[in-house]
Design a binder for this molecule. Structure first.
Ligand code: GLU
Length: 419
Protein backbone atom coordinates (compact mmCIF):
# COMPACT_ATOMS: atom_id res chain seq x y z
CA UNK A 1 0.00 0.00 0.00
CA UNK A 2 1.35 3.43 -0.85
CA UNK A 3 1.01 6.22 1.70
CA UNK A 4 -2.12 7.87 0.28
CA UNK A 5 -3.95 4.63 -0.51
CA UNK A 6 -6.99 3.76 1.60
CA UNK A 7 -6.21 1.45 4.54
CA UNK A 8 -8.48 -1.61 4.03
CA UNK A 9 -8.98 -2.04 7.78
CA UNK A 10 -10.28 1.52 8.06
CA UNK A 11 -12.51 0.84 5.03
CA UNK A 12 -13.99 -2.20 6.78
CA UNK A 13 -14.68 -0.17 9.92
CA UNK A 14 -16.34 2.57 7.88
CA UNK A 15 -18.54 0.00 6.11
CA UNK A 16 -19.65 -1.35 9.50
CA UNK A 17 -20.40 2.16 10.80
CA UNK A 18 -22.41 2.97 7.67
CA UNK A 19 -24.62 -0.06 8.29
CA UNK A 20 -24.80 0.41 12.07
CA UNK A 21 -26.67 3.69 11.46
CA UNK A 22 -29.61 1.56 10.19
CA UNK A 23 -29.49 -0.97 13.05
CA UNK A 24 -30.79 -0.83 16.56
CA UNK A 25 -27.60 -2.19 18.14
CA UNK A 26 -25.61 -0.70 21.06
CA UNK A 27 -22.41 1.18 20.15
CA UNK A 28 -20.26 -1.01 22.41
CA UNK A 29 -21.52 -4.13 20.63
CA UNK A 30 -20.78 -2.55 17.23
CA UNK A 31 -17.32 -1.55 18.48
CA UNK A 32 -16.61 -5.19 19.31
CA UNK A 33 -17.53 -6.13 15.72
CA UNK A 34 -14.99 -3.67 14.30
CA UNK A 35 -11.90 -5.31 15.82
CA UNK A 36 -10.36 -8.78 15.45
CA UNK A 37 -10.43 -11.07 18.46
CA UNK A 38 -6.84 -12.24 17.89
CA UNK A 39 -4.00 -11.55 15.42
CA UNK A 40 -0.97 -13.80 15.17
CA UNK A 41 2.19 -12.26 13.67
CA UNK A 42 5.13 -14.49 12.79
CA UNK A 43 8.54 -14.38 11.21
CA UNK A 44 9.16 -17.75 9.57
CA UNK A 45 12.79 -18.89 9.19
CA UNK A 46 13.02 -21.09 6.15
CA UNK A 47 15.97 -22.84 4.43
CA UNK A 48 16.48 -21.52 0.91
CA UNK A 49 17.76 -23.65 -1.98
CA UNK A 50 21.13 -21.85 -1.96
CA UNK A 51 21.76 -22.68 1.72
CA UNK A 52 20.81 -19.23 3.05
CA UNK A 53 18.06 -18.57 5.57
CA UNK A 54 14.92 -16.79 4.37
CA UNK A 55 12.75 -14.72 6.72
CA UNK A 56 9.05 -14.37 5.88
CA UNK A 57 6.58 -12.28 7.83
CA UNK A 58 3.19 -13.98 8.14
CA UNK A 59 -0.15 -13.20 9.78
CA UNK A 60 -3.35 -14.96 10.78
CA UNK A 61 -6.21 -12.83 11.99
CA UNK A 62 -9.16 -14.47 13.77
CA UNK A 63 -11.76 -11.74 13.62
CA UNK A 64 -14.96 -13.14 15.07
CA UNK A 65 -16.22 -16.58 16.08
CA UNK A 66 -19.79 -15.87 17.19
CA UNK A 67 -21.37 -17.89 14.34
CA UNK A 68 -18.83 -20.73 14.16
CA UNK A 69 -15.15 -21.51 13.58
CA UNK A 70 -12.95 -18.78 12.06
CA UNK A 71 -12.87 -19.29 8.30
CA UNK A 72 -10.91 -17.71 5.49
CA UNK A 73 -8.08 -17.94 3.03
CA UNK A 74 -4.32 -17.45 3.12
CA UNK A 75 -2.78 -15.06 0.59
CA UNK A 76 0.80 -14.96 -0.68
CA UNK A 77 1.65 -11.46 -1.91
CA UNK A 78 4.50 -8.98 -1.45
CA UNK A 79 1.96 -6.28 -0.48
CA UNK A 80 0.44 -8.21 2.46
CA UNK A 81 0.20 -6.10 5.64
CA UNK A 82 -1.19 -6.68 9.10
CA UNK A 83 -4.04 -4.23 8.47
CA UNK A 84 -4.87 -5.83 5.13
CA UNK A 85 -5.15 -9.27 6.76
CA UNK A 86 -7.28 -7.82 9.58
CA UNK A 87 -9.63 -6.27 7.02
CA UNK A 88 -9.85 -9.43 4.95
CA UNK A 89 -10.65 -11.46 8.09
CA UNK A 90 -13.46 -9.05 8.99
CA UNK A 91 -14.91 -9.21 5.48
CA UNK A 92 -15.00 -13.02 5.91
CA UNK A 93 -17.19 -12.67 9.04
CA UNK A 94 -19.81 -10.65 7.19
CA UNK A 95 -19.50 -12.73 4.01
CA UNK A 96 -20.25 -15.96 5.89
CA UNK A 97 -23.17 -14.23 7.63
CA UNK A 98 -24.62 -12.88 4.34
CA UNK A 99 -24.79 -16.37 2.82
CA UNK A 100 -25.79 -17.77 6.22
CA UNK A 101 -23.18 -20.48 6.63
CA UNK A 102 -22.12 -21.42 10.18
CA UNK A 103 -18.71 -19.75 10.31
CA UNK A 104 -16.98 -16.76 11.77
CA UNK A 105 -14.17 -15.07 9.87
CA UNK A 106 -10.40 -15.29 9.66
CA UNK A 107 -7.65 -14.62 7.14
CA UNK A 108 -3.94 -15.23 6.75
CA UNK A 109 -1.17 -13.88 4.62
CA UNK A 110 2.54 -14.22 3.97
CA UNK A 111 4.63 -11.32 2.66
CA UNK A 112 6.13 -13.11 -0.32
CA UNK A 113 6.18 -12.93 -4.10
CA UNK A 114 5.90 -16.64 -4.92
CA UNK A 115 7.24 -16.09 -8.45
CA UNK A 116 10.66 -15.36 -6.88
CA UNK A 117 10.93 -18.81 -5.26
CA UNK A 118 11.21 -22.46 -6.30
CA UNK A 119 8.39 -24.91 -5.65
CA UNK A 120 10.50 -26.61 -2.94
CA UNK A 121 11.02 -23.24 -1.19
CA UNK A 122 7.29 -22.44 -1.34
CA UNK A 123 6.55 -25.87 0.12
CA UNK A 124 8.94 -25.27 3.05
CA UNK A 125 7.46 -21.77 3.66
CA UNK A 126 3.94 -23.24 3.60
CA UNK A 127 4.77 -26.15 5.91
CA UNK A 128 6.56 -23.79 8.31
CA UNK A 129 3.46 -21.56 8.44
CA UNK A 130 1.22 -24.62 8.93
CA UNK A 131 3.40 -25.81 11.82
CA UNK A 132 3.15 -22.38 13.52
CA UNK A 133 -0.62 -22.30 12.91
CA UNK A 134 -1.16 -25.82 14.24
CA UNK A 135 -2.24 -24.81 17.79
CA UNK A 136 -4.81 -22.38 16.39
CA UNK A 137 -6.34 -24.26 13.46
CA UNK A 138 -8.60 -27.33 13.33
CA UNK A 139 -11.94 -28.28 11.78
CA UNK A 140 -13.80 -26.84 14.78
CA UNK A 141 -11.59 -23.83 15.46
CA UNK A 142 -10.07 -22.09 12.43
CA UNK A 143 -10.17 -23.39 8.85
CA UNK A 144 -7.83 -21.88 6.23
CA UNK A 145 -8.46 -21.92 2.46
CA UNK A 146 -6.92 -20.55 -0.74
CA UNK A 147 -6.74 -16.85 -1.59
CA UNK A 148 -4.55 -14.73 -3.90
CA UNK A 149 -1.61 -16.84 -5.20
CA UNK A 150 -2.48 -19.96 -3.23
CA UNK A 151 -4.47 -23.00 -4.35
CA UNK A 152 -4.88 -26.74 -4.02
CA UNK A 153 -1.14 -27.38 -3.80
CA UNK A 154 -0.67 -25.17 -0.72
CA UNK A 155 -3.87 -26.45 0.94
CA UNK A 156 -2.73 -30.07 0.46
CA UNK A 157 0.60 -29.21 2.16
CA UNK A 158 -1.19 -27.54 5.09
CA UNK A 159 -3.47 -30.55 5.53
CA UNK A 160 -0.55 -32.97 5.37
CA UNK A 161 1.57 -30.98 7.85
CA UNK A 162 -1.31 -30.67 10.30
CA UNK A 163 -2.34 -34.34 10.06
CA UNK A 164 1.26 -35.53 10.40
CA UNK A 165 1.93 -33.40 13.50
CA UNK A 166 -1.42 -34.30 15.06
CA UNK A 167 -1.14 -37.97 14.10
CA UNK A 168 -4.68 -37.98 12.74
CA UNK A 169 -6.75 -37.69 9.58
CA UNK A 170 -8.70 -34.43 9.61
CA UNK A 171 -9.16 -33.22 6.03
CA UNK A 172 -11.68 -30.59 7.19
CA UNK A 173 -8.86 -28.58 8.83
CA UNK A 174 -8.45 -26.76 5.52
CA UNK A 175 -10.61 -26.35 2.38
CA UNK A 176 -9.80 -25.85 -1.28
CA UNK A 177 -7.82 -29.09 -1.44
CA UNK A 178 -7.41 -31.20 -4.58
CA UNK A 179 -10.10 -33.86 -5.12
CA UNK A 180 -7.66 -36.65 -4.23
CA UNK A 181 -6.76 -34.93 -0.95
CA UNK A 182 -10.43 -34.55 0.06
CA UNK A 183 -11.47 -31.50 -1.94
CA UNK A 184 -14.94 -30.86 -3.36
CA UNK A 185 -16.22 -30.89 -6.89
CA UNK A 186 -16.97 -27.35 -8.00
CA UNK A 187 -14.68 -25.60 -5.46
CA UNK A 188 -12.26 -24.17 -8.05
CA UNK A 189 -15.11 -22.58 -10.04
CA UNK A 190 -17.12 -21.49 -7.00
CA UNK A 191 -15.97 -17.88 -6.58
CA UNK A 192 -16.45 -17.08 -10.27
CA UNK A 193 -19.78 -18.92 -10.21
CA UNK A 194 -21.17 -16.77 -7.40
CA UNK A 195 -20.01 -13.68 -9.28
CA UNK A 196 -21.92 -14.88 -12.34
CA UNK A 197 -25.02 -15.74 -10.25
CA UNK A 198 -24.94 -12.32 -8.56
CA UNK A 199 -24.59 -10.59 -11.95
CA UNK A 200 -27.46 -12.65 -13.35
CA UNK A 201 -29.74 -11.88 -10.38
CA UNK A 202 -28.70 -8.20 -10.42
CA UNK A 203 -29.55 -7.76 -14.10
CA UNK A 204 -32.86 -9.50 -13.56
CA UNK A 205 -33.63 -7.31 -10.52
CA UNK A 206 -32.73 -4.12 -12.37
CA UNK A 207 -34.68 -5.18 -15.49
CA UNK A 208 -31.55 -5.28 -17.65
CA UNK A 209 -30.83 -7.77 -20.42
CA UNK A 210 -27.72 -9.95 -19.97
CA UNK A 211 -27.87 -11.21 -23.55
CA UNK A 212 -25.54 -8.95 -25.54
CA UNK A 213 -24.48 -6.90 -22.47
CA UNK A 214 -20.92 -5.53 -22.56
CA UNK A 215 -18.66 -6.67 -19.72
CA UNK A 216 -15.16 -5.70 -18.53
CA UNK A 217 -13.24 -7.90 -16.08
CA UNK A 218 -10.26 -6.51 -14.15
CA UNK A 219 -7.95 -9.35 -13.03
CA UNK A 220 -7.71 -12.69 -14.79
CA UNK A 221 -6.81 -15.04 -11.94
CA UNK A 222 -9.05 -17.77 -10.56
CA UNK A 223 -12.05 -15.56 -9.77
CA UNK A 224 -11.81 -13.25 -12.80
CA UNK A 225 -11.40 -15.69 -15.64
CA UNK A 226 -14.06 -18.11 -14.39
CA UNK A 227 -16.54 -15.27 -13.79
CA UNK A 228 -15.76 -14.08 -17.34
CA UNK A 229 -16.50 -17.35 -19.09
CA UNK A 230 -19.60 -18.12 -17.00
CA UNK A 231 -20.99 -14.62 -17.71
CA UNK A 232 -20.11 -15.11 -21.39
CA UNK A 233 -22.14 -18.35 -21.26
CA UNK A 234 -25.18 -16.21 -20.28
CA UNK A 235 -24.86 -14.46 -23.66
CA UNK A 236 -22.86 -11.38 -22.58
CA UNK A 237 -19.90 -9.94 -24.53
CA UNK A 238 -16.63 -9.86 -22.60
CA UNK A 239 -15.22 -6.75 -24.29
CA UNK A 240 -12.18 -6.26 -22.05
CA UNK A 241 -10.06 -8.20 -19.56
CA UNK A 242 -6.83 -7.33 -17.79
CA UNK A 243 -4.10 -8.61 -15.52
CA UNK A 244 -1.15 -6.90 -13.85
CA UNK A 245 0.55 -6.43 -17.24
CA UNK A 246 -2.33 -4.53 -18.90
CA UNK A 247 -5.73 -4.80 -20.58
CA UNK A 248 -6.95 -6.17 -23.90
CA UNK A 249 -10.12 -4.95 -25.63
CA UNK A 250 -12.31 -6.18 -28.50
CA UNK A 251 -15.51 -4.32 -29.36
CA UNK A 252 -17.36 -7.47 -30.48
CA UNK A 253 -16.20 -9.51 -27.51
CA UNK A 254 -13.20 -11.65 -26.63
CA UNK A 255 -13.38 -15.42 -26.21
CA UNK A 256 -12.94 -15.65 -22.43
CA UNK A 257 -11.70 -19.27 -22.40
CA UNK A 258 -9.32 -18.67 -25.29
CA UNK A 259 -7.79 -15.62 -23.55
CA UNK A 260 -7.17 -17.82 -20.51
CA UNK A 261 -5.49 -20.48 -22.65
CA UNK A 262 -3.31 -17.71 -24.15
CA UNK A 263 -2.43 -16.40 -20.66
CA UNK A 264 -1.53 -19.92 -19.49
CA UNK A 265 0.89 -20.17 -22.39
CA UNK A 266 2.46 -16.71 -22.31
CA UNK A 267 2.01 -15.61 -18.69
CA UNK A 268 -0.28 -12.64 -19.41
CA UNK A 269 -3.34 -11.50 -21.37
CA UNK A 270 -1.40 -8.75 -23.19
CA UNK A 271 -0.43 -9.59 -26.76
CA UNK A 272 -3.62 -11.65 -27.24
CA UNK A 273 -3.82 -11.81 -31.04
CA UNK A 274 -7.62 -11.36 -31.44
CA UNK A 275 -7.78 -8.08 -29.47
CA UNK A 276 -8.50 -4.75 -31.24
CA UNK A 277 -6.66 -2.65 -28.69
CA UNK A 278 -4.47 -2.76 -25.58
CA UNK A 279 -4.27 -0.25 -22.79
CA UNK A 280 -3.22 0.21 -19.17
CA UNK A 281 -5.20 -1.52 -16.45
CA UNK A 282 -6.86 1.70 -15.30
CA UNK A 283 -8.39 2.27 -18.76
CA UNK A 284 -10.46 -0.88 -18.30
CA UNK A 285 -12.07 0.42 -15.13
CA UNK A 286 -13.43 3.53 -16.87
CA UNK A 287 -14.89 1.81 -19.97
CA UNK A 288 -18.53 2.52 -20.80
CA UNK A 289 -19.84 -1.01 -20.22
CA UNK A 290 -23.05 -2.54 -18.86
CA UNK A 291 -21.15 -4.57 -16.26
CA UNK A 292 -17.75 -4.09 -14.62
CA UNK A 293 -16.24 -6.94 -12.58
CA UNK A 294 -13.22 -5.95 -10.47
CA UNK A 295 -11.50 -9.28 -9.73
CA UNK A 296 -8.01 -8.26 -8.60
CA UNK A 297 -7.04 -6.61 -5.30
CA UNK A 298 -8.33 -4.00 -2.84
CA UNK A 299 -8.62 -0.30 -3.72
CA UNK A 300 -8.88 -0.80 -7.51
CA UNK A 301 -11.43 2.05 -7.63
CA UNK A 302 -10.84 4.92 -5.23
CA UNK A 303 -12.31 8.38 -4.83
CA UNK A 304 -10.06 9.79 -7.57
CA UNK A 305 -11.04 7.22 -10.18
CA UNK A 306 -14.73 6.78 -9.24
CA UNK A 307 -16.01 9.95 -11.04
CA UNK A 308 -14.65 8.49 -14.31
CA UNK A 309 -16.37 5.10 -13.94
CA UNK A 310 -18.99 4.71 -16.67
CA UNK A 311 -20.26 1.19 -15.98
CA UNK A 312 -23.97 0.79 -15.11
CA UNK A 313 -23.47 -2.14 -12.73
CA UNK A 314 -20.45 -3.30 -10.72
CA UNK A 315 -20.23 -6.83 -9.31
CA UNK A 316 -17.22 -7.29 -7.02
CA UNK A 317 -15.33 -10.56 -7.45
CA UNK A 318 -12.29 -9.26 -5.52
CA UNK A 319 -12.35 -8.47 -1.81
CA UNK A 320 -12.53 -4.73 -1.12
CA UNK A 321 -11.99 -3.38 -4.65
CA UNK A 322 -13.89 -0.12 -3.94
CA UNK A 323 -12.91 2.34 -1.25
CA UNK A 324 -15.66 3.95 0.87
CA UNK A 325 -15.05 7.27 -0.97
CA UNK A 326 -15.62 5.50 -4.29
CA UNK A 327 -18.78 3.94 -2.88
CA UNK A 328 -20.22 7.35 -1.96
CA UNK A 329 -19.48 8.77 -5.41
CA UNK A 330 -20.92 5.76 -7.25
CA UNK A 331 -24.05 5.72 -5.06
CA UNK A 332 -24.66 9.39 -5.93
CA UNK A 333 -24.10 8.57 -9.62
CA UNK A 334 -26.68 5.72 -9.49
CA UNK A 335 -24.12 3.05 -10.34
CA UNK A 336 -25.40 -0.16 -8.80
CA UNK A 337 -22.65 -1.94 -6.85
CA UNK A 338 -23.22 -5.54 -5.75
CA UNK A 339 -20.72 -6.14 -2.96
CA UNK A 340 -17.88 -8.63 -2.55
CA UNK A 341 -19.39 -10.20 0.56
CA UNK A 342 -22.20 -11.53 -1.65
CA UNK A 343 -20.63 -11.76 -5.11
CA UNK A 344 -17.49 -13.70 -4.18
CA UNK A 345 -19.08 -15.71 -1.35
CA UNK A 346 -19.27 -18.79 -3.58
CA UNK A 347 -15.70 -19.70 -2.64
CA UNK A 348 -16.36 -19.96 1.06
CA UNK A 349 -19.82 -21.46 0.48
CA UNK A 350 -18.35 -24.39 -1.43
CA UNK A 351 -15.57 -24.53 1.20
CA UNK A 352 -18.41 -25.12 3.65
CA UNK A 353 -19.74 -27.93 1.42
CA UNK A 354 -16.22 -29.40 1.27
CA UNK A 355 -15.97 -29.30 5.08
CA UNK A 356 -19.39 -30.95 5.45
CA UNK A 357 -18.33 -33.70 3.02
CA UNK A 358 -15.01 -34.16 4.85
CA UNK A 359 -16.78 -34.56 8.17
CA UNK A 360 -19.31 -37.02 6.77
CA UNK A 361 -16.75 -38.84 4.59
CA UNK A 362 -19.49 -38.74 1.96
CA UNK A 363 -18.87 -36.90 -1.30
CA UNK A 364 -21.31 -35.01 -3.53
CA UNK A 365 -21.62 -34.73 -7.32
CA UNK A 366 -20.69 -31.47 -9.02
CA UNK A 367 -24.34 -31.05 -9.93
CA UNK A 368 -25.38 -31.14 -6.28
CA UNK A 369 -22.63 -28.69 -5.30
CA UNK A 370 -23.68 -26.21 -7.98
CA UNK A 371 -27.37 -26.53 -7.12
CA UNK A 372 -26.75 -25.91 -3.40
CA UNK A 373 -24.47 -22.99 -4.24
CA UNK A 374 -27.11 -21.40 -6.45
CA UNK A 375 -29.69 -21.81 -3.69
CA UNK A 376 -27.45 -20.04 -1.14
CA UNK A 377 -26.50 -17.16 -3.44
CA UNK A 378 -30.03 -16.53 -4.77
CA UNK A 379 -31.47 -16.63 -1.27
CA UNK A 380 -28.77 -14.22 0.02
CA UNK A 381 -29.46 -11.92 -2.97
CA UNK A 382 -33.16 -11.87 -2.07
CA UNK A 383 -32.41 -11.09 1.61
CA UNK A 384 -30.24 -8.22 0.51
CA UNK A 385 -32.68 -6.68 -1.96
CA UNK A 386 -35.52 -7.06 0.58
CA UNK A 387 -33.41 -5.15 3.11
CA UNK A 388 -32.53 -2.53 0.46
CA UNK A 389 -36.21 -1.90 -0.20
CA UNK A 390 -37.60 -2.17 3.33
CA UNK A 391 -34.91 -0.32 5.30
CA UNK A 392 -34.32 2.40 2.72
CA UNK A 393 -30.52 2.02 2.84
CA UNK A 394 -28.48 3.93 0.22
CA UNK A 395 -26.90 1.00 -1.60
CA UNK A 396 -26.59 -2.78 -1.76
CA UNK A 397 -23.33 -2.88 0.24
CA UNK A 398 -24.98 -1.23 3.22
CA UNK A 399 -27.93 -3.61 2.81
CA UNK A 400 -25.54 -6.58 2.90
CA UNK A 401 -23.85 -5.30 6.08
CA UNK A 402 -27.20 -4.60 7.74
CA UNK A 403 -28.29 -8.22 7.10
CA UNK A 404 -24.90 -9.67 8.10
CA UNK A 405 -24.27 -7.59 11.23
CA UNK A 406 -27.76 -8.38 12.52
CA UNK A 407 -27.03 -12.12 12.17
CA UNK A 408 -23.72 -11.83 14.03
CA UNK A 409 -25.29 -9.70 16.76
CA UNK A 410 -28.14 -12.21 17.16
CA UNK A 411 -25.61 -15.05 17.59
CA UNK A 412 -23.62 -12.98 20.10
CA UNK A 413 -26.68 -12.11 22.14
CA UNK A 414 -27.89 -15.72 22.13
CA UNK A 415 -24.44 -17.04 23.12
CA UNK A 416 -23.89 -14.40 25.79
CA UNK A 417 -20.53 -12.90 26.74
CA UNK A 418 -17.87 -14.73 28.75
CA UNK A 419 -16.63 -12.11 31.20
N1 GLU B 1 -10.32 -16.67 -0.02
C1 GLU B 1 -11.70 -16.84 -0.33
C2 GLU B 1 -12.48 -15.62 0.11
O1 GLU B 1 -11.95 -14.53 0.22
C3 GLU B 1 -12.27 -18.17 0.17
C4 GLU B 1 -12.24 -18.38 1.65
C5 GLU B 1 -12.66 -19.77 2.11
O2 GLU B 1 -13.00 -20.60 1.26
O3 GLU B 1 -12.61 -20.00 3.30
O4 GLU B 1 -13.67 -15.66 0.28
Amino acid sequence: MSGDEANPFESLQEQIDDAAAYLDVRDDVIDRLKHPERVLELNLSVDMDDGSLGRFTAFRSEFNGDRGPYKGGIRYHPGVTRDEVKALSGWMVYKCAVVDIPYGGGKGGIVIDPSDYSEAEIERVTRSFAEELRPFIGEDTDIPAPDVNTGQREMNWIKDTYETLENTTEPGVVTGKSLEAGGSEGRVEATGRSTMLTAREAFDYLGKEMDGASVAVQGYGNAGHIAAYLIEDLGANIVAVSDSSGAVYAEDGLDARDVKAYKNETGSVTGYPDADEEFANEGLLTLDVDLLVPAALENAIDGDLAPDVEADVIVEAANGPLTPDADDILTDADVHVFPDILANAGGVTVSYFEWVQNRQRFYWTEERVNEELERHIVSAFDDLTTCYEERDVPNFRTAAYVVAIQRVVDAFSDNGNWP
